[in-house]
Ligand binder design. Structure first.
Ligand code: ADP
Ligand code: MG
Length: 569
């Protein structure tokens, strides 16, 4: 009939796009290909920003850090099998770091995959994703797309945030249904990350412990940065008068130059404190599991832990006062109890941290001013410290071994969520993905400080940076290799296993795509080049020539390298 012919139709493609838009997803990071090429095109046409990368892992890392920066799930879109697997590394990393992300991958014919009959890019992607993320879903019918997307969003951002996999078989996209029914099938997720209020008894227990402390310490983790409860956290720190120590990605929640920062007295603060309150930080390897030499005398510590994930409590050591809830709610509850009866921590504790901190800062200062050529890490980082001090709203992305460890300590941060780095796994390869998403999501200038080795994992994305004309400045700390550029092959046959081509010019890579390339050999030149690049907003890559002999094996974590005890004759 004529009425049938006039019936408005929608299909899987449009329902996925409408479902994402309905839930405020504004950007998709991905790599096009079968079966999701048209999905990307159509999403772009419908006003979603679609950022196409050169490799899925980088797109996935971009989505993950977009999730961290916005508290909305970052979306990564990939093709089936190999593209999916490439994206999966980023999804697993996002889950490990508690970043909300959704990996959407197209997949092959279910009937053929399940009978293992050898389809194009055949793989049981759902089964493979499951153990590596927080939740995994597959949608087989167009009418279920709304529910599928809603479940993925809620799973990613509620409770402890993490990665979610959403499997969309190729056939789904062209399935048609009545447009009005399709629209009705979509779900706008209400209150996707509900507040979790701590129990009053748990708050009492924590406050009593804090009140009895002689040497209290607050440790701020990236969960606290993620929570976006910046004002409450600042008020809690300042009203309590307790010294604070930021974990790497929590730097800037309060400025590193804040009088209560114990950053430059880290070892003293960890060793000598008696009551430690962890705000969105885990007692994993990055905090020596809460025990051992780092933490002073055995039994000298009592922990208060604030975390949204109840199972995190007692994961490594006993938690005397667990506070389960979201950081915003918990810190507000604690703040209510810091009233007229509150006493600042004992003056001798504050003084011991202050004097240690000043001594360490004074010891470091001359190293940061050295204007030598070739540069060492300290001289070069002294320049970058100045750059960030002058541009506190810029975002710093940082990876490498020595480049990471030293930059973390040397470059002060002044605002929340401005330092993005290798996170919980200490993984290399996040650099360009993080830099691109940081620029896209915030519109702020981005400075990516990269070891030459770390850069290699995502370096092809400089083309993406140029293509989207993003305000990203990349500095490569080029010491000719991994850790150092001095290894040789004892047999004389090949280059040493940790070295690269000597005196490479990474800046030329940027020029190949129309960006600006600069080669610098002194800290002064570096400072001028980075300042000019960040003022211009043009995609720029600065090859910073570092002494190949500078740097130490594995940076600060050389102790994690197993050692051979056998001497071969
Ligand atoms: P860091 O590496 O900086 O120490 P971690 O990733 O180890 O940080 O720890 C972050 C913690 O923060 C995780 O245990 C996570 O469950 C928690 N978390 C994340 N978001 C929130 C939130 N909104 N409220 C409370 N805890 C949170
Ligand atoms: Mg190197």
């Amino acid at each position: 009939t004529e009425a049938d012919a006039q019936q408005e139709l929608t299909d899987g493609f449009h329902l996925v796009i409408d479902a994402l838009k309905l839930n405020g997803i504004e950007t998709i990071y991905g790599v096009p290909g079968i079966p999701i090429t048209d999905l990307g095109r159509m999403a772009q046409a419908e006003g979603i920003r679609v950022v196409s990368f050169r490799h899925e892992q980088n797109a996935g890392n971009a989505a993950a850090i977009a999730g961290f920066l916005t508290k909305k799930p970052g979306v990564c879109l990939t093709v089936s099998a190999p593209g999916f697997l490439n994206g999966l590394t980023a999804l697993a990393n996002a889950t490990t770091n508690c970043f909300p992300m959704i990996l959407i991958s197209g997949s092959s014919e279910r009937e053929i995959v399940d009978l293992q009959q050898g389809d194009y890019e055949e793989m049981d992607q759902l089964a493979i994703a499951k153990p590596l993320c927080k939740a995994a879903f597959r949608v087989l019918h167009a009418a279920d797309i709304g529910i599928g997307v809603a479940r993925a969003i809620r799973a990613a951002v509620s409770g402890r945030p993490g990665g979610v996999y959403l499997d969309l078989p190729a056939k789904l996209f062209s399935q048609v249904m009545d447009a009005a029914a399709g629209e009705k099938s979509l779900v706008k997720v209400i209150d996707p990350a509900p507040a979790q209020i701590p129990g009053p008894a748990a708050v009492d227990r924590a406050i009593n412990l804090l009140k009895g402390a002689k040497r209290p310490l607050i440790i701020l983790g990236k969960g606290a940065a993620y929570a976006q409860a910046d004002e409450e956290i600042r008020a809690f720190v300042e009203k309590s008068g307790i010294p604070f120590l930021p974990m790497s990605m929590a730097k800037g929640l309060l400025p590193d130059t804040h009088p209560q920062s114990a950053g430059a007295a880290r070892s003293t603060a960890l060793k000598d404190s008696d009551v430690v309150i962890l705000l969105g930080a885990r007692l994993n390897w990055l905090l020596s599991h809460g025990k051992g030499k780092t933490w002073g005398e055995p039994g000298s510590k009592q922990f208060i832990q604030v975390d949204i994930e109840p199972k995190e409590m007692d994961s490594n050591v006993e938690i005397a006062a667990p506070l389960v809830g979201d950081i915003g709610s918990v810190v507000s509850a604690l703040l209510d109890r810091i009233d007229g009866s509150w006493q600042a921590p004992p003056a001798d504790w504050i003084e011991s941290i202050r004097s240690k901190k000043e001594a360490n800062i004074a010891k470091m200062a001359p190293k940061l001013l050295k204007n030598s050529s070739p540069m060492d890490f300290h001289g070069a980082l002294g320049s970058l410290k100045k750059v960030i001090a002058e541009r506190p709203d810029a975002i710093l992305v940082n990876e490498g071994a020595n480049t990471l460890d030293l930059a973390r300590g040397i470059i002060d941060m002044y605002q929340p969520r401005k330092r993005l780095d290798v996170g919980t796994w200490g993984v290399m390869g996040i650099g360009m993905g993080f830099a691109i998403a940081a620029a896209v999501e915030t519109g702020k200038p981005v400075l990516a400080v990269e070891g030459d080795s770390a850069f290699g994992f995502s370096g092809m994305e400089v083309e993406t940076i140029c293509r989207y004309d993003l305000p990203v400045t990349i500095v490569i700390f080029n010491n000719n290799g991994i850790y150092r550029g001095t290894d040789t092959d004892p047999t004389g046959r090949d280059p040493g296993t940790t070295v690269f081509v000597k005196d490479s010019r990474y800046d030329k890579m940027m020029e190949a795509f129309g960006g600006v390339g600069v080669n610098v050999t002194t800290p002064d030149e570096l400072y001028r080049a980075v300042s000019a690049a960040m003022d211009s907003g043009k995609p720029t890559l600065i090859n910073a020539v570092i002494d190949p002999a500078a740097g130490s094996e594995s940076g600060n974590i050389g102790s994690l390298n197993p050692q051979s005890v056998v001497v071969r004759k």
